[in-house]
Design a protein around this ligand. Structure first.
Ligand code: ADP
Ligand code: MG
Length: 577
């Protein structure tokens, strides 16, 4: 077949495919147009999962009569005028592709009126037809209705999820925008039912309540890392370590308020939570990064889902510092509550989150139900963690596993293993960071037999092992003599600790992440076990060491080291209040 230039309608369909992948892409583009038009109120109506109808109505500045037809031409935009504008894009849109792309794959009608026009205009077009418009009385702003999406593209239609799948994508999307723009009121109406209403009063905290319910929203921690002169900063909310999820659905990143997906940011976030969350659990976050416009290239993805950063390091460190500071400042002593029943909350108001999100389990560890849930909503009344820890009087030990103590406000229980793990983890981490590993020579060198994979690691990462205080010497085929171990490791556990550390090292990751994993593993191996009797002096020493930790309230895997039963609670339980 010879080469020929494609007919315009074929080219338009191909181009549209990049922008309009599914119903939620239409919603995204229309929402962004409304936001760019400085709308304060946006209503999104959806029928049949978006394939029957998507209508977005705003009270923004509208389109002047003479420009209405132009808006539907490819590369027609009011947001850029020359190429240099591409270097600092402050609007959501800039490609001038959304309206023509949507019109190439659906029937579109629009009514719009700028505030200074007496009468508005109405446009109908579909599947790439000529644009025709006529005068029409309407209120200020713009309303775009999209019907019969992909009816002319059966192949694309086949790839859509069920109506409920598409609905939940749309709902998810609107949720993110409601969080990104708390000063704008969003209303989502699905098949005639109001499923999300955000207040639009400018408060992110209030927007969070409308999306996730009061319980969850109330237990989030505020992040506010102001730009330190370089234009980078981060603001938003993150979950405390006691609240976590099995997947990343609840992580929202915005860059200059544009919702994006970014492996870089996901990774930086995971690193920030290292030591605060159990493995393979994820936080709930809404974080907006401020990045100088000239340092963020948003023109890298047709649907504008990604951003390229000029200074990846600055982004990375702003995020980490902000998140870490919030976590450390508020690493709470979790409250014990005797009320086993789920607390009544307003609950989430979007139907997509309702199915997956249960506020009553929000504060559980490892997703397992406990008879005494840790009520993270109450901890905000607690004395600051440091105060609570500094005045503990040890009363004794239960089941050789938990320490019982009295403190400033009631009773505290400590998990001796978790507490000791935290102490050792920070000790080892500090030694490694300061390049002063404390190593102890074994009286009797221990011979350890390694697998080929383990031996491979010994050879390739000898330096790292040494930094932790392991000293090994080859001794025959795949056999090594272990001569020294990190000082915190008890003699009897040296070989076992080494083998576990080697297995962990097989994991490919950034050096710092690996170091933390290794430190956590060494701490776990060396910490006192549950079931071990401790003397009064040992218990006091342990609590004393825990007090001086940076993050005393969780073990390196994110479990609590200490829980609290407040005086108020005790009084209530015994009917004194
Ligand atoms: P882009 O947003 O990239 O400029 P679009 O195809 O999405 O391209 O929109 C084309 C133009 O139509 C916009 O630049 C804007 O001037 C106008 N427009 C679209 N939607 C709206 C709206 N809701 N309110 C006001 N103007 C709009
Ligand atoms: Mg647009």
């Amino acid at each position: 077949m010879g080469i020929k230039i494609l007919a315009p309608e074929v080219a338009a369909k191909i181009a549209a495919g990049e922008v309009v992948e599914r119903p939620s892409s239409v919603v995204k583009e229309l929402l962004e147009n409304s936001l760019d038009a400085a709308a304060t109120q946006i209503t999104i109506e959806v029928q049949g999962g978006g394939t029957q109808l998507i209508r977005v109505t705003d009270d923004g500045h509208g389109i002047p009569a003479q420009d209405v037809n132009l808006a539907f031409y490819r590369h027609a935009t009011s947001k850029l005028s020359d190429a240099s504008d591409l270097d600092s894009i402050a609007t959501m849109g800039f490609r001038g592709e959304a309206l023509p792309s949507i019109a190439a794959v659906a029937r579109v009608s629009m009514v719009t009126r700028p505030h200074d026009a007496e009468v508005g205009r109405e446009v109908h077009l579909g599947w790439g037809e000529e644009v025709r418009s006529s005068p029409k009385g309407c209120s200020q702003g713009t309303s775009v209705a999209v019907q019969g999406l992909f009816e002319n593209l059966p192949a694309r239609r086949k790839f859509l999820k069920s109506a409920s799948g598409e609905r939940s994508r749309i709902s998810d999307l609107v949720t993110r925008y409601a969080l990104a723009f708390p000063e704008v009121g969003f209303r989502l109406v699905v098949d005639g039912r109001n499923t999300l209403t955000s207040p639009g009063n400018g408060s992110l905290a209030d927007a969070l309540v409308s999306v996730y319910g009061a319980d969850t929203a109330g237990s989030l921690l505020e992040v506010s890392w102001e730009d330190t002169g370089d234009g980078y900063g981060v603001r938003g909310f993150i979950s405390s370590p006691s609240m976590h999820r099995a997947n990343r659905t609840y992580i929202t990143f915005l860059v200059n308020r544009r919702w994006i997906q970014s492996p870089l940011l996901s990774f930086a976030l995971a690193e920030s939570y290292q030591g605060f969350l159990p493995e393979r659990r994820h936080p709930l976050t809404v974080l907006n990064l401020s990045v100088p416009l000239a340092d963020a290239d948003v023109n890298v993805h047709p649907a504008k889902r990604e951003v390229r950063f000029l200074q990846e390091n600055s982004v990375f460190s702003a995020l980490q510092r902000g998140v870490r500071a919030a976590l450390v400042a508020f690493s709470p002593v979790p409250e014990m509550s005797s009320a086993g029943a789920p607390t009544a909350g307003t609950g989430p108001t979007t139907d997509s989150t309702a199915a997956r999100f249960n506020p009553s389990t929000g504060a559980m560890w490892d997703g397992q139900q406990r008879s005494m849930p840790l009520d993270s909503a109450l901890v905000q009344d607690d004395p600051t963690p440091v105060e609570a820890m500094s005045s503990l009087r040890i009363l004794g030990q239960i089941r050789n596993t938990y320490l019982v103590a009295e403190g400033t406000d009631g009773m505290y229980l400590l998990d001796q293993h978790a507490a000791h793990e935290r102490v050792l983890f920070e000790k080892v981490s500090k030694e490694v960071a300061g390049q002063t590993p404390q190593s102890q020579a074994l009286l009797e060198p221990e011979s350890v037999e390694l697998s080929t994979a383990q031996e491979e690691i010994v050879q390739s990462s000898a330096g790292l092992l040494e930094r932790f205080g392991f000293v090994l010497e080859p001794f025959g085929e795949r056999t090594y003599l272990l001569r020294a171990v990190p000082a915190v490791v008890t003699d009897a556990h040296g070989g076992k600790a080494l083998l576990e550390v080697l297995d962990l090292m097989a994991y490919e990751g950034l050096l710092r992440e690996r170091e933390e994993t290794l430190a956590a593993s060494i701490a776990c191996h060396s910490a006192v076990r549950a079931g071990m009797g401790l003397s009064q002096v040992e218990m006091e020493e342990l609590v004393h060491q825990l007090q001086s930790c940076d993050s005393p309230h969780t073990c390196p895997h994110g479990r609590p080291t200490i829980v609290h039963l407040s005086s108020h609670h005790l009084e209530r339980e015994f009917g004194r209040r």
